[in-house]
Ligand binder design. Structure first.
Ligand SMILES: [Zn+2]
Length: 286
């Protein structure tokens, strides 16, 4: 299993997910074969073509259209450090990533109930509903922003448009600031990056990077339970009663769990753990 760092960073750096295939390859490196089937040619000729070893901002090569059906990539460096390459008409065209098709085949590792990605606004897609234990049934929104400003305005718009919690998904956490993370936390929204979540197994399938089953919340060691409950009460300004009510267990069972007298595998124990790993639901705020 390996991570796909270059691929996710490429997605977060190309405005509109558009560039010529050679540039996609340049940015994605060994991950390029994964996106290649999802690159769709547009009608526009690209502006840049990668140089083998870009030396300064004058590289990369410029794409020149000879208007006779032939194209070339010419190094922009004042000393023409890189050789001129012939480019086929198709290679000269800007290709856009079919993000709906591409991300659509990752519903499993992303813990999303598969639905067709639907574009909501520029750079923001509805990806489906979360099947993850901690965020079950929350809507998942994919943000592919290409700039920090676009990302911030995408997040703010989602917070403005929706009243409940949601999961914000982006290729990397590169545009997530302290400020945005705090706002998301206050609204009990989670941020997930594809970079941390999706990798590739040895057979070339997209897989969740966390070990299988890690979606299950591990039981809190018995000796830590009183401390964890106290901390939760302070953080959420709530009583123990609010916790067991939220978990839908009786007070007597809650205290049994605290003493380690309920099996960790029981539904009651799991519901209590689930509540303690989440901010208290708003309707139980006192
Ligand atoms: Zn060059």
């Amino acid at each position: 299993m390996r991570t796909l760092t270059r691929l996710w960073r490429a997605l977060d750096s190309l405005p509109g997910l558009c560039d010529v295939p050679a540039y996609w390859e340049h940015l994605c490196g060994e991950d390029y074969p994964l996106v290649r089937p999802y690159l769709r040619p547009t009608a526009d000729v690209g502006a840049r073509y990668p140089c083998p070893s870009p030396r300064n901002s004058e590289c990369p090569r410029r794409i020149v259209d000879y208007e006779d059906g032939t194209f070339a990539g010419i190094c922009r460096h004042s000393e023409r450090l890189c050789s001129t390459v012939e480019i086929t008409p198709k290679e000269a065209l800007i290709h856009q990533l079919d993000i709906e098709g591409f991300i659509g085949c990752m519903a499993g590792p992303l813990c999303i109930r598969a639905q067709k990605l639907r574009q909501r606004s520029r750079g923001v897609w509805e990806a489906g509903l979360s099947t993850s234990r901690a965020t079950r049934n929350q809507p998942v929104f994919l943000l592919v922003a290409a700039t920090a400003n676009n990302f911030a305005s995408g997040i703010r718009q989602l917070l403005f448009d929706s009243s409940g919690a949601f999961v914000a998904l982006a290729p990397t956490s590169g545009y997530l600031t302290v400020d945005l993370q705090q706002i998301l936390c206050r609204r009990q929204c989670q941020f997930v990056s594809l970079e941390e979540r999706v990798g590739l197994d040895d057979q070339g399938n997209f897989v969740a990077l966390e070990a299988a089953g890690s979606d299950e919340i591990p039981p809190t060691p018995v000796e830590q339970r009183p401390g964890v409950v106290e901390q939760y009460k302070r953080d959420n300004n709530c009583t123990a009663k609010a916790i067991h009510e939220a978990a839908n267990v009786k007070g007597t069972d809650f205290y049994k769990w605290m003493r380690g007298e309920l099996p960790d595998t029981s539904g009651k124990s799991k519901r209590i753990e689930e509540i303690l790993h989440l901010p208290l639901p708003k309707n139980l705020w006192k």
